[in-house]
Design a binder for this molecule. Structure first.
Ligand SMILES: Cc1cc2nc3c(=O)[nH]c(=O)nc-3n(C[C@H](O)[C@H](O)[C@H](O)COP(=O)(O)O)c2cc1C
Length: 177
């Protein structure tokens, strides 16, 4: 069975992106899902000086091991000031120092949601531009606007058009695993 690594790119305990990532990962049949929590990878803020003094932080290596063990990666990005959350960016910076390929050309499903009408589309643009350029495999994307109106616990996406659009992207990702 194919294995998907999923996480919300947020450190909030009540993260709606974590909720969305778990929903998306579990919506795929016949796929083994591993969920990770960015709080388990909290490191000092990356700096080249820290790296020179102490080497790459062990938690960055551990994060990369999860990526390595997966057939595909599904991430839902929290948007903080139109960009990645500091929690994700810090892990990304540390782990990006290990080797050139970050996602090993594995299929990526990039999601974002926010309480607002833009649905984290600006951070999703950043992630999609960066990872679709660097990654030779399928990279799908979907932004869910107005999370609290369009997503209900136990039901998932309740807006029909959004739900259809979401499953189109999810199926593309699954087919590439
Ligand atoms: C520091 C900070 C900056 C934020 N900036 C944005 C933003 O630029 N765009 C946006 O749509 N929401 C922004 N928000 C609101 C987040 O979308 C909201 O907190 C959302 O719940 C974050 O996702 P999470 O619950 O998965 O952490 C911001 C929230 C915080 C705490």
């Amino acid at each position: 069975m194919k294995r998907v690594l999923a996480f919300g790119a947020s450190s909030s305990k009540a993260s709606i992106n974590r909720t969305f990532a778990i929903y998306a990962a579990n919506a795929m049949e016949d796929v083994e899902v591993e969920i990770i929590d960015l709080n388990d990878f909290e490191m000092p803020i990356f700096s080249v000086d820290r790296e020179t003094e102490n080497g790459i932080h062990p938690l960055a290596h551990r994060f990369k091991e999860h990526i390595k063990a997966a057939d595909g990666i599904l991430i839902s990005f929290a948007e903080h000031n139109a960009a990645y959350s500091a929690a994700y960016k810090n892990i990304y910076d540390w782990a990006s120092r290990i080797e050139k390929s970050f996602f090993y050309d594995k299929p990526l499903c990039l999601l974002a949601t926010s309480p607002g009408a833009r649905g984290g589309s600006r951070v999703l643009d950043i992630a999609f531009n960066a990872y679709s350029f660097a990654n030779k495999n399928v990279v799908t994307r979907f932004s869910l606007p107005s999370f609290y109106e369009n997503f209900k616990e136990g039901e998932g996406i309740v807006n029909f058009e959004l739900k259809v659009g979401f499953f189109v992207e999810l199926e593309k990702f699954k087919a590439a695993l």
